[in-house]
Design a protein around this ligand. Sequence first.
Ligand SMILES: Nc1nc2c(ncn2[C@@H]2O[C@H](COP(=O)(O)O[C@H]3[C@@H](O)[C@H](n4cnc5c(=O)[nH]c(N)nc54)O[C@@H]3COP(=O)(O)O)[C@@H](O)[C@H]2O)c(=O)[nH]1
Length: 794
Amino acid sequence: MNLSPLPLAVFVVDAAGAVTSWNKACEKLAGYPAADIDGMTLERIIEFDDPPGPTPRIAARADAENDGVLKCADGRRLGVRIMVAPQSFDVEQAGTFSVIVIPRAGQLPPRYALIQDLPVADIIESLPCVFYVIDQSGHLLLWNKPLEEALEMEAKELPTSNVKFFFDEKDRPLIVEKILSAFEYGCSTHEAELIGKHGKRTAFLFQCARTSLGNVPCVFGTGLDISARKQAELGLRVRERAIYSSLNAIVITYCEEGEHRIEYVNPAFERITGYTLAEIRGRDPRFMGIPGCDEDERRRIRDALKRKESVRAVLRNSRKNGDIFWNDLRIDPVSNIDGDITHFVGVINDITEARHYERRLHHLAHHDPLTGLANRTLLQERLRFAIDHAQHAGSMVALAFLDLDNFKHINDNFGHAAGDHVLRETAQRLRENMREDDVIARVGGDEFVLLMCNPASHESIADLVERIRRGVMAPVLMNGQEIFPGTSIGVSLFPEDGDTPEKIMRAADAAMYHAKTLGKNNFQFYSAELNQIVHEHLMLEASLSRAIREHEMVLDYQPKVDLRTGKVVGAEALVRWRHPVEGMIPPDRFIPVAEETGLIVPLGEWVIDEACGALKAMRALGMDDFVIAVNLSARQLRQRQFAERLGETLRRHGVDPRNLELEVTESQLMEQPEDALGVLGQLKALGVRLSIDDFGTGYSSLSHLQKFPVDYIKIDRSFLGNVGHDGHLVITRAIIALGHNLKLKVVAEGVETREQIAFLRKHNCDQMQGYYFSPALPQDVLQEMVARDQRLPD
Ligand SMILES: Nc1nc2c(ncn2[C@@H]2O[C@H](COP(=O)(O)O[C@H]3[C@@H](O)[C@H](n4cnc5c(=O)[nH]c(N)nc54)O[C@@H]3COP(=O)(O)O)[C@@H](O)[C@H]2O)c(=O)[nH]1
């Protein structure tokens, strides 16, 4: 216990200052026996340090700190602080006063001299609560150390204040009421916060009871620090509020003989499920389950609850209105103070929206947005699954790769909206022909894949694919116009053509590729031989651009002979590929690849450049009139500013345009005759010569032929194949006559025999080229031949 003046010396005096009662401490402190004190006036015992002048009345000293001297019986004069307080809170009715006498520091008698009469002193000091004694004026008479700590005050400060000042202003009326009530009724209880000198607030449960110290009526009380409880209560309220306001549904069940009964549900539960607490209190939450649904998850929950463990599960429940919702549920056990599980708390997270969103995302990630068909990812997944299944079942899987044949043309000519329409229409036609469990995918711009699970036979696959091909090629109507799509289809089979999804896909792709090279709009089954062809094709495709860059191309020249003079008047430049590994590759093998890949454009530019170089070299040798012909592809002709660039090349080499001849096939010209006419006009304006190659193999309209500004027509060698063949000879004669009528020179190509020469001469054909005279030669050999003036014999 702190050495606070415990117990204090308290005199009770009337308004005139006569001592009416006192406590034992007065006797101990001042050394007067009780008989002496009785009837004494305060001035006889205490000498106040008053300023000079008349002595103030006792009431004037109230509620102020007074200093003075206690005149002890043995003559000692003890410096004291004196507090005077009316005995009633009602200042209007103050008739008696408490006079509390506190020895100044250093002047205290030994502690036990003051409190020895209190046998419970030690107990009070060691109480785990504050202890206090208050007189009727509300001033402290006694207290223990915990009170000082709560008030952040030292012992000497405490008796100077009325206790009501230890509380918040708003609480003071209640405090006064409770103290008075204790004086009046014997006891009172209340909760309030003591406020320390520095603002520390501590919640206490005060319980006080009326008693008296000697003759002084007072109140004894204890204050139990309940701040921890208050904090816990606040925490509980916060948590309760959180549960109440939670967006997740929360359900609390209590366990009773192995049953789980709903005790509480929060508003979110009511909102999500549609059930109010009143409707479902006491029921088992399983009533929301859907019979036969998510059985595994439900079993897991049951097992966990039996083991009294936490569990998390995702399952479907039904709302009150019958709607199904996805419930991401977490259940945790709650134990009582003895560790027994008494309750379970279930947190329900309604993930229905998220599930739907997830599904939408999954759909988007696995489907083509334009057609709604499966995309490549989903196709690969399904193909893997189908192969696994077929492996176990010993069944077959067929995969068909479809590529629309002229889709670029549709886009270019009818616009992208039409292209999209054709793709959607194609998707629909495929759907109409396929079974439910087959997969239809769009894997590229105009590429579709069909996955057929467990087809009956090769024949049934062929029938289906042919039906699909015909279905796709039916005209598509767009803005009153008919569009005719075509499709090339390649089919591969598991297990015949590969044992992995990758191999099966590659095989179908190769078969489709082959179908394209066979003239499009057909379907092909994969075969090992076909694989070889496709492989070669792909190899060429991969290395062709490198070959052009690295100068692996060479140009040979096949001499052209004037049939009347036998003189070599020109040559046709024919490209070859000197492959570092494969050796010399003829143009038949790589020109189609160059056409498909677009590499024909740089290759064609190189050929023209090379031919111009050869012309320049021949001119330097005095061969001024020599004409070199180069083959042009349709793609080159379609190049914008082709004529302009050609003009630049001719100027760069210093070549006379009349020495260069451009050969364009009849079919190229007739593809888009109006466009061809424009380009030929530009080329003609440059001054180069023009010839129509492979004449007779296409369908030239005479009116167009007349308009084309060409100089030569070249009779396709197929017409000279057999001079004995009447039909062919008639055509050859007709072509020569037609050419001459149109004022064009006529060149026969592929001439291999003496008879053919005789025939051509007889019918006034102008020039010939062919193995009879010479195959294509390297430039130096050609130059030497021309220099020697080697001629066609008569
Ligand atoms: N766009 C380009 N096409 C080109 C270019 N170089 C060649 N080609 C085209 O490749 C095709 C095949 O050419 P090639 O294998 O060189 O065959 C030519 C001659 O070698 C062959 N020929 C010549 N004389 C005879 C003969 O007496 N008999 C016979 N069986 N064949 C013979 O004919 C081909 C020339 O044909 P053509 O072009 O129709 O005059 C071929 O289509 C070439 O056009 C190029 O640089 N660009």
